[in-house]
Design a protein around this ligand. Sequence first.
Ligand code: THU
Length: 161
Amino acid sequence: MAKKLTLHIEADLCDFDELSIVEQSLVLEAQQAVTQAYAPYSNFYVGAAVLLADDTVVKGSNQENAAYPSGLCAERVAIFSAGANHPRKEVKMVAIAARPKDAADYVMASSCGNCRQAMMEYESKQDKPIQLLFVCPSNEILKTTVGDLLPFGFDSKSLKG
Ligand code: THU
């Protein structure tokens, strides 16, 4: 007989002002990273800021390419840069902001599947949730974790059976 599985995932939607100072400054870093995006093909600018255990912040932005699939999303530019340059530091939090060219406000860029998977690797490696802060329109922030964003995710435990 089939068993119904009910998953519980959590996210909070709050105002920027309700964030802690640390969270607020990471959001500002992500918004700054938006201005460094290289997105001449989509005109969709994304910035990500990764906060590490020792408070180092590593930023990334989407980097596009004339050969479209060779480009990379902001989240992976940032998290891979953090992994490459600070291999032993835990990842506490990632803030993500996005804005189409000439838009007055931010739009929520709910990370693509590849970025969720890439971030999950680091969450699984450190066995501690990575907090995510998504900038939404009107200065609202969606707070969740990588695990909540990627239920039924595949990680190293899956390989062991
Ligand atoms: N993009 C990101 O950088 N992050 C996301 O969460 C969604 C999409 C980028 C990829 C591409 O450069 C552009 O946004 C349009 O898809």
